[in-house]
Design a binder for this molecule. Structure first.
Ligand code: SF4
Ligand code: SF4
Ligand code: SF4
Length: 331
């Protein structure tokens, strides 16, 4: 069967259309990634936090970060937010008179802010040069300065506003909590978990921490409870205190596909600055699908272009052959 250019264009257009329709529905999403069985994480229990900020100091020491003062408080190391110089910050919720710990009205509560080491992280998904990686075993999300080109896609994509770029430096870098991977590589635990006096910041396997959080939710408010400190399952002396009236949900179990840093609190999580009413799936599970779909769609025009080139080439060849044959007949 011979095909002319008009027929080819029609067939190609139909093929592209059909291809778009069939792939559109399938390719817009992929499964949200699952947490690995040996993933490590942190359980931050806001009801145990006394706001001592020992974790902030330890974080700076462990990661070689400078002090950071503000115009409001120039004489003190008082960062108000995570930054290029501060990877971990304790923030305060306060309402009315602020008299009562863990109370919504006229109360206060603390909140620990840093990277949540998402199970399916946006920052890893968008990085064009794999400068953000997620360890397949531990699940730690790390930024590699040597690979980073400074495009700041990770900054814009993070749903928790975590990676910070050093705008004030000539050759700025991205900074974020690396879950003290350098300490974990030596068999130690993250500095903030190591120093926390009450066990508010607890390190461990994600699985163990989930079970521990379930136990706390099932305990009766007001009852005495033995809270582990440092690393879950270690022989460090625990901290004993009364169980609080928790929010019924542990933040990070499902939000945006889950996070390896999990939060328990007595006051609603949105008051602590965490995004709520977010989907259970990760954003990369949607965005990567669209991206890959676009790549698939780009295949069809490429095939179309290749086909057109072939038709043009073949027609030109045919005309040349006919011309040569005619010249041979005349001679
Ligand atoms: S060290 Fe523990 S108790 Fe102190 S501020 Fe940090 S998380 Fe809270
Ligand atoms: S919190 Fe932000 S920076 Fe941390 S892993 Fe998730 S997306 Fe990445
Ligand atoms: S894990 Fe390490 S880097 Fe992250 S907040 Fe804790 S001390 Fe800082």
């Amino acid at each position: 069967m011979t095909v002319n250019r008009r027929q080819f264009l029609k067939m190609a257009a139909t093929g592209v259309g059909a291809s778009l329709c069939t792939t559109q529905a399938q390719a817009l999403q992929r499964e949200t990634l699952k947490v690995s069985p040996d993933a490590v994480g942190m359980l931050y229990d806001s009801t145990l936090c006394i706001g001592c900020k020992a974790c902030m100091v330890a974080c700076k020491n462990a990661n070689g970060m400078p002090v950071e003062s503000t115009d409001v408080n120039p004489m003190w190391d008082t960062p108000l937010e995570t930054s290029g110089e501060t990877l971990n910050v304790i923030k305060l919720y306060k309402n009315g008179t602020g008299e009562h710990k863990d109370q919504l009205d006229d109360g206060f509560a603390f909140m620990k802010r840093h990277c949540l080491h998402c199970v399916d992280p946006s920052c890893v998904s968008v990085c064009p040069v794999s400068a953000m990686t997620k360890d397949a075993v531990t699940g730690i999300v790390e930024h590699h300065k040597d690979r980073c080109i400074g495009c700041r896609y990770c900054v814009y994509s993070c749903p928790f506003g975590i990676p910070k770029y050093e705008y004030d430096k000539a050759f700025g870098q991205i900074q974020k909590c690396q879950f003290c991977a350098h300490l974990q590589a030596k068999g130690e635990i993250p500095a903030c978990c190591d120093v926390c006096p009450t066990g508010a910041t607890l390190f461990g396997r994600v699985d163990d921490l989930k079970k521990e959080s379930e136990r706390r939710l099932q305990a009766k408010p007001g009852d005495r409870y033995v809270f582990p400190r440092g690393k879950f399952g270690s022989d460090r002396p625990p901290h004993e205190a009364a169980i609080a009236q928790y929010q019924e949900h542990v933040y990070g179990l499902k939000e945006l596909g889950g996070t390896q840093i999990m939060y328990m609190s007595a006051i609603p999580f949105d008051k602590l600055g965490l995004p709520v009413n977010v989907p259970d799936y990760s954003y990369p599970s949607q965005a990567e699908g669209i991206q890959h779909t676009l790549y698939k769609w780009m295949l069809a025009p490429a095939i179309l272009l290749g086909g057109l080139s072939y038709v043009v080439h073949r027609n030109t060849q045919k005309k040349d052959d006919e011309k040569n044959a005619s010249e041979r007949r005349e001679s």
